[in-house]
Ligand binder design. Sequence first.
Ligand code: HEC
Ligand code: HEC
Ligand code: HEC
Ligand code: HEC
Ligand code: HEC
Length: 171
Amino acid sequence: MKKLLLAILLLTFVAVPVAGLILLYHLPFDTRDPSPTQPIAFSHQLHAGVYEISCRFCHRSVAVSPVAGIPDLALCFACHQYIGVDNPGVQQLSGYWKKQEVIPWVRVHQLPDHVYFPHMMHIRADLDCRTCHGEVAQMAQLTRQASLKMGWCLNCHREHQASIDCWTCHI
Ligand code: HEC
Ligand code: HEC
Ligand code: HEC
Ligand code: HEC
Ligand code: HEC
């Protein structure tokens, strides 16, 4: 009888929490497309690679805000009013501009709502975009490199002695 009780106790207080924690590290099992097709074939390889336009020229708020920001059409048209006007991709862009419509870019990275990720803290800690996003300047179509799972965040936080308290990322 005592042995059975001990077994049940062990199961509820050790095995279940451990299994739960292991699950939390890996859940949810990833089904999202890491490289979705975009409404316009925007190439980072061309803009950031060949023409060496700085990441921060387009993703302006990355060093000062939680979100990096996707550039609006006005920024694209600073160049595309004059550059590549005969290019079919650029003409597609003009279509949105004339109708004053927002391009419905498909999100490549998307954390759940219960997670807080501040870009500016990571830029301030001197982490390069590449650490988390890979060689974006060589990507014709943007592809997510990181799993964005909790274990990914925690591993790096441990490495850098950054906080791993639950409420750092869950508010
Ligand atoms: C420590 C890892 C890390 C670094 C360094 C990092 N990012 Fe991110 N980035 C992320 C994560 C995580 C997300 C998803 C955020 C979300 O869904 O709330 C993201 C999302 C984005 C997005 C889309 C959503 C948004 O915030 O507008 C852009 C654009 C972006 N990053 C650009 C950059 C650029 C440019 C740099 C370098 C200047 C950079 N990131 C550096 C981890 C990082
Ligand atoms: C600093 C200038 C500059 C900015 C800003 C810029 N582009 Fe471009 N873009 C270029 C150049 C240069 C080319 C090459 C044109 C060519 O080869 O005819 C190009 C080409 C393109 C093409 C054609 C790609 C291909 O494969 O032929 C598309 C589509 C495009 N840009 C979309 C955008 C979008 C969307 C934005 C805003 C988010 C943007 N561009 C912002 C300079 C710029
Ligand atoms: C000419 C403007 C421009 C430049 C320069 C640029 N980007 Fe982007 N970026 C965009 C646009 C537009 C999108 C949305 C379309 C897409 O996902 O391809 C985007 C999307 C992204 C995303 C994915 C956002 C999401 O949905 O999760 C990341 C990450 C990113 N850029 C990082 C970078 C990095 C790193 C650099 C520098 C190496 C860079 N970008 C340079 C315009 C730019
Ligand atoms: C490549 C390493 C790396 C990755 C990956 C990473 N972080 Fe960080 N994070 C850091 C560093 C370094 C700091 C800065 C710590 C400091 O300044 O004390 C930081 C700081 C933070 C802070 C602010 C902490 C504070 O004390 O205010 C939050 C919140 C945060 N990260 C959330 C996340 C989340 C959520 C993820 C995963 C989606 C993530 N981080 C992924 C390295 C990383
Ligand atoms: C450095 C950031 C960070 C810290 C610290 C952190 N988490 Fe998370 N947590 C995340 C991220 C990112 C996700 C989303 C994972 C995903 O979508 O796959 C997540 C998801 C979760 C989930 C939802 C399950 C899931 O996989 O979506 C729970 C529950 C959770 N965390 C609990 C905790 C607890 C308890 C702690 C403290 C021991 C903690 N977290 C500390 C980043 C963090």
